[in-house]
Design a protein around this ligand. Structure first.
Ligand code: ADE
Ligand code: ZN
Length: 336
């Protein structure tokens, strides 16, 4: 039985498994340029973030209706539940859909249909975080925030994703300030491929409350000291980092060093359909590759709930944290 966790770094479009992509394509009368799911899966070899993003955006073509978005989220919840996820804060990329003529209403309405009852059906509570594409303009981000206004009751926060290098956070200071005024929580990808300065800028210029990835903070000891002091959550995604070659192998992933340095780390799955594993796969493979102790694994799970945006429901956070404390490590999970 996997340890209970909150998933804080998960792109819903990145949960599109090849089989579902083919099913949705058939339902929508589209033909994918791959013979079958196996051939598509074989294309999941990436050199870097951009080579992944190219395929990630291409496959979104199959997501057209509310049913498509609801089915995508349901498929995720089913897998998440089996991986110990109790709470999920789910990213979505509206600009990638609006650009294809799919409305905000379709995207948010479809996802919400699944989220609304995910706790009853799968035992996974969930919230939505709307991401801006940093390789699009700040004006486009602001227009997206405007388009989301009628749906803000369904969205807990904003994020920043897509191609990082050359697209520093500071460009989006205005839209983050506007979102903060609307009461939205703020996170941002930074330090995945981009330099440590992007992490500092995400904190200072965007008011980011969590940093997604944050891996490259290790190059700047002053920044590390700040992140430790302020216990800024870093939502790490070890399998993603290996697949996108941010690190050479899981054995060389800095997760353990980061924990030992006192950083507030969590383990997440990013785009699990593309990177070979969901949240517990990330945790178990990291545990084994880095020889993490049971205490470190429990700390990661605890951190995930502490860093979650469950402010309006402290009772729920306490209940989840109690589940983490009560978890008993067994040999079934691979431990001696
Ligand atoms: N969009 C989806 N996955 C992403 C990642 N790992 N980094 C940046 N943008 C993304
Ligand atoms: Zn991500």
């Amino acid at each position: 039985m996997p340890i209970p966790q909150a998933e804080l770094h998960l792109h819903i479009e990145g949960t599109l498994e090849p089989e579902l992509a083919f099913a949705l394509a058939a339902r929508n009368g589209l033909v994918l340029p791959y013979a079958d799911a196996d051939e598509l899966r074989a294309a999941y070899r990436f050199e870097d973030l951009q080579s992944f993003l190219d395929l990630y955006y291409e496959l979104m073509a199959v997501l057209l209706t509310q049913d498509d978005f609801a089915d995508l989220a349901d498929a995720y919840f089913e897998r998440a539940a089996s991986q110990g996820v109790r709470h999920a804060e789910i990213f979505f990329d509206p600009q990638a859909h609006l650009a294809r003529g799919v409305s905000m209403e379709t995207v948010v309405g479809g996802l919400w249909r699944a989220l609304e009852t995910s706790e009853e059906r799968y035992g996974v509570s969930a919230q939505l975080i709307m991401c801006f594409l940093r390789d699009e303009s700040p004006e486009s981000a602001m227009a997206t925030l405007e388009a989301a206004r009628p749906h803000l009751g369904k969205i807990v926060g904003i994020g920043l994703d897509s191609a990082e290098v050359g697209n520093p956070p500071g460009r989006f200071a205005q839209v983050y300030a506007a979102a903060a005024k609307l009461g939205l929580r703020r996170v941002a990808h930074a330090g995945e491929e981009g330099p440590p300065e992007y992490i500092t800028s995400a904190l200072d210029d965007l008011g980011a409350e969590r940093i997604d990835h944050g891996l490259r903070c290790l190059e700047d000891p002053t920044l590390v000291a700040r992140l430790v002091r302020d216990q800024v959550p870093l939502t790490l995604c070890p399998l993603s980092n290996v697949r996108l070659r941010a690190v050479q192998s899981l054995e060389q992933h800095p997760l353990r060093r980061m924990l030992e340095a006192g950083l507030m780390c969590t383990v997440n799955s990013d785009d699990p359909a593309y990177f070979g594993g969901y949240i517990d796969d990330n945790l178990e493979q990291s545990r084994s590759a880095l020889d993490l102790s049971d205490d470190q694994v429990r700390e990661l799970a605890r951190n995930s709930f502490r860093a979650s945006f469950l402010e309006h429901d402290e009772e729920m956070r306490a209940r989840y944290l109690a589940q983490v404390e009560a978890y008993v490590f067994t040999s079934v999970s691979g431990r001696p």
